[in-house]
Design a protein around this ligand. Structure first.
Ligand code: NAD
Length: 260
C-alpha cells in the first residue's frame, strides 16, 4: 500500500516533516525530502534514511516561497521515482508580532511558504495522481486553522487558508481515488515553536517559563506537547487504504485545544 510508492514531504529537514518523511520510508516508500539547513547534516539524514530503511531518498532544495522551484521539485520527483503518490505540504514558518508592527515582508513570506506553496505543489502533482487514479495529499495545517491567537495574524490567515484549499481540492479529486486532508496539530515541540519563544516573551512581556506554561501549554488541556511521531503516525494512517473515505477533513491532534 505504501511500499514502493513515492512521498514528497516539503519542509522535511526538521521537526514534523522529518518525522513524516522517516515514517514513510520506514513503511517502504521512496521519499523526497526538502527544506533548508546545513548541507552536510541534510546529506547525513538523506543517506541515513536510505541505509536504515532500504528505500531511495532524494533531496530537493526547492524554496517553498518560489512557485517555479516547487513545480520543478514535483517534476524532478516524478522523473526520479516515476510518480508522486503522497504529497505532504508541510513547510512552514512563524512570526509573532502585533499587527501594527507586523513587517509586510514577513506577511508575504508566511502566506507564500505556509499557503501558496501548497497550491503550487498540488497544481503540479494532481494531474499525475488523477491519471493513476490514486493519491494522498496531506496538508500540515494547525490548530490555528480553526482558532486564532493574538500576534499571529499571517500564520492564522495562512492556516485558515490551507483549510479552505484542503476542502476545495478534496471535492475536485473525490472521484479519482485521491484524498486530501489537513492535520491540525496543537503545540509540537520543534524548532518552530522554540524559535517563537523570545518574540512571544517580548510581545507579551513574559519569561520563558511563563510563555511555555501560560501561553503554549495553557492552550492545551492535556498540558503536554504533541510529539512529531504522533503527527507522523496520523499522516501514515491517512495514507492507508483504510482511510480512503476520509477526505476534505480538517483533523485535529491538539490535546483538546480546539474543544474549548
Ligand atoms: P520546523 O521549523 O522544525 O521545520 C520547518 C521546515 O520547513 C524545515 O525543514 C525548514 O527548512 C522548512 N522550510 C522553511 N522555509 C522553507 C522554504 N522557504 N522552503 C523550503 N523549506 C522551508 O517546524 P515544524 O514545527 O516541524 O513545522 C512544520 C509544519 O507544522 C509547519 O507548517 C507548521 O506551521 C506546522 N505546525 C507546527 C506546530 C508546532 O507546534 N511545531 C503546530 C501546528 C502546526
Amino acid at each position: 500500500m505504501i511500499q514502493g510508492k513515492t512521498a514528497v514531504v516539503t519542509g522535511s529537514t526538521s521537526g514534523i516533516g522529518l518525522a513524516i518523511a522517516r515514517a514513510y520510508a520506514k513503511a517502504g516508500a521512496n521519499v523526497v525530502i526538502n527544506g533548508f539547513g546545513d548541507a552536510a547534516a541534510i546529506e547525513t539524514e538523506r543517506s541515513g534514511i536510505e541505509a536504515e530503511f532500504g528505500v531511495k531518498a532524494h533531496y530537493s532544495g526547492a524554496d517553498m516561497s518560489k512557485g517555479a522551484e516547487i513545480t520543478a521539485m514535483i517534476k524532478e520527483a516524478e522523473e526520479t521515482f516515476g510518480s508522486v503518490d503522497f504529497l505532504v505540504n508541510n513547510a512552514g514558518i512563524q512570526f509573532v508580532s502585533p499587527i501594527e508592527d507586523f513587517p509586510p515582508e514577513k506577511w508575504e513570506a508566511i502566506i507564500a511558504i505556509n499557503l501558496s506553496s501548497a497550491f503550487y505543489a498540488i497544481h503540479a502533482a494532481l494531474p499525475g495522481m488523477k491519471a493513476r487514479k490514486w493519491g494522498r495529499i496531506i496538508n500540515t495545517a494547525s490548530a490555528h486553522a480553526l482558532v486564532a491567537s493574538p500576534f499571529k495574524s499571517a500564520y492564522v490567515a495562512a492556516k485558515h487558508g490551507i483549510a479552505g484549499l484542503t476542502k476545495t481540492v478534496a471535492l475536485e479529486a473525490a472521484t479519482f481515488g485521491i484524498t486530501v486532508n489537513a492535520i491540525c496539530p496543537g503545540y509540537v515541540w520543534t524548532p518552530l515553536v522554540e524559535k517563537q519563544i523570545p518574540d512571544t516573551m517580548a510581545a507579551r512581556g513574559l519569561t520563558k517559563e511563563q510563555v511555555i506554561n501560560d501561553v503554549l501549554l495553557h492552550a492545551q488541556p492535556t498540558k503536554q506537547f504533541v510529539t512529531v511521531d504522533e503527527v507522523a503516525a496520523y499522516a501514515l494512517f491517512l495514507s492507508s487504504d483504510d482511510a480512503r473515505n476520509i477526505t476534505g477533513a480538517i483533523l485535529t491532534i491538539d490535546g483538546g485545544w480546539t474543544a474549548e
